[in-house]
Write a protein that binds this ligand. Structure first.
Ligand code: ATP
Ligand code: MG
Length: 404
């Protein structure tokens, strides 16, 4: 746990610059069921179904924002663990009542306030099993806070990239479960019910509950999707380096396919256990996408990309399917990317396939406990690529050319 003393904005989020709110209430597309751009600050705060907290209550709930209550820190500020009474929502004794995560804005200036308000605007209206629940907010003098349900397993980022005894490497099946959940969250945002572009899909914004169900958090950069027959929304470029789609960076034109690109980046991070940008790696390996792409379609080379910590847990067919899906999401041409409903379907099929494969491997191991030379379903290493069960193609639009 960090002491959370710094107020610096993380180097990876320097693009957080603007927002789509208008305080005059004149703009807006009037179509989206959660259209935010036409609402004033007062309307947003009034219409949200959220609890308005007193600062002192949150101070007590987090034990005075104690450094050892810090759950993490992002560009917005620190996130603290706290406890409130389930009925009254007043501060409760630590370890009793409802566990909450309190995000405290530590930036000065308008941008932090705008992101705080955007979060309330969207999460005050959107409900889905794969979106984190915002319980309330605090607006008092200079204080800006957000109160969320506590997500006991923290962020996907910590599970993938933190090396500590607390974070055991996520298994292959859990990684697939997390990606299915996150994909469902994005698919919901893109649906006609919500019509929202998330714009900040990355591992630190995917939070995990006790059963590793994924929930998207951080709507500070979210935008209403295009309306009136338009193909895109024009914006100032914001987001996180490495995750933003190339055409969005180049033109500022935002579409749901920008989120799909970011999803592809995270999928590749999940397969490889590598960060999209990692300056600590040798030259030539620092950009995961540039480095990884040539390996992704090859039965022989895919193992170079796969995280060694999940070696032996996946089938070659499964790894290739996941890699192929990531490549489709990362297509330079947005139209070639799948939509999120297609991504959900492809991942669900893959998960089913890998679960069955794991069960079969376990059954076979139980039936032949001493047999270490017989045929195996699982691929063990790059040197072992003769899988008689290959290929199993996706139904639908993701049948890999190498597998059909
Ligand atoms: N509801 C929550 N429950 C448990 N932990 C949380 C919760 N919300 C955030 N955290 C933890 O706090 C960390 C910081 O979150 P925050 O959203 O402020 O920043 P970030 O996503 O890491 O970075 P950035 O500001 O660049 O988006 C998260 O990575 C996560 O570990
Ligand atoms: Mg976040």
């Amino acid at each position: 746990m960090g002491a959370c003393l710094s107020s610096q904005i993380k180097a990876e989020s320097p693009l957080h610059l603007g927002l789509n709110f208008h305080t005059n209430g004149k703009e807006g597309n009037g179509e989206s069921s959660v259209s935010q751009s036409a609402r004033t600050e007062e309307e947003i705060l009034r219409s949200s179904n959220l609890k308005s907290f007193m600062f002192n209550d949150l101070k007590t709930a987090t034990r005075n924002f104690r450094p050892d209550s810090v759950l993490g820190e992002g560009g917005f500020g620190c996130v603290f663990k706290g406890w409130i009474d389930e009925q009254t929502y007043t501060a409760a004794k630590p370890g009793t009542g409802l566990v909450i995560a309190v995000k405290r804005l530590n930036q000065d200036g308008l941008q932090g306030h705008k992101e705080w308000l955007t979060e309330i605007a969207y999460l005050g209206q959107l409900y889905h099993p794969h979106l984190v629940k915002l319980i309330g907010f605090c607006l008092e003098d200079e204080h800006r806070l957000l109160v969320y349900e506590f997500m006991p397993r923290g962020s996907l980022e910590n599970h993938l990239f933190r090396r500590s005894s607390y974070y055991q490497p996520l298994s292959w099946l859990l990684r697939l479960k997390v990606m299915v959940g996150a994909a469902k969250g994005l698919a919901f945002l893109h649906s006609n019910k919500a019509k929202v572009i998330y714009r900040d899909f990355k591992t630190s914004n995917v939070l995990l509950d006790s059963k590793f169900e994924a929930k998207l958090s951080d709507f500070g950069l979210a935008k209403d999707g295009p309306s009136g027959g338009k193909s895109h929304v024009s914006t100032r470029v914001m987001g996180t380096y490495g995750y933003a789609a190339p055409e969005y960076l180049a033109t500022g034109h935002l579409t749901t396919k920008s989120d799909v690109y970011s999803f592809g980046v995270v999928l590749l991070e999940m397969l490889s256990g590598r960060r999209v940008i990692d300056k600590n790696r040798p030259a030539g390996e620092q950009n995961l996408i540039e480095w990884g792409k040539p390996y992704l379609t090859s039965k022989r080379k895919i193992f170079h990309v796969m995280d060694s910590r999940i070696q032996g847990q996946y089938s070659l067919a499964g790894a290739l399917k996941a890699a192929y899906l990531a490549l489709k999401c990362l297509s330079t041409e947005p139209k070639s990317r799948p939509n999120m409903n297609e991504v959900v379907k492809a991942l669900e099929l893959l998960r089913e396939h890998e679960e069955t494969a794991t069960e079969e491997a376990q059954l076979s191991a139980r039936q032949n406990p001493g047999n270490t030379t017989g045929p195996k379903y699982r691929r063990r290493s790059a040197n072992d690529i003769s899988d008689s069960r290959m290929p199993i193609s996706f139904r639908g639009p993701f049948a890999s050319p190498s597998q059909t």
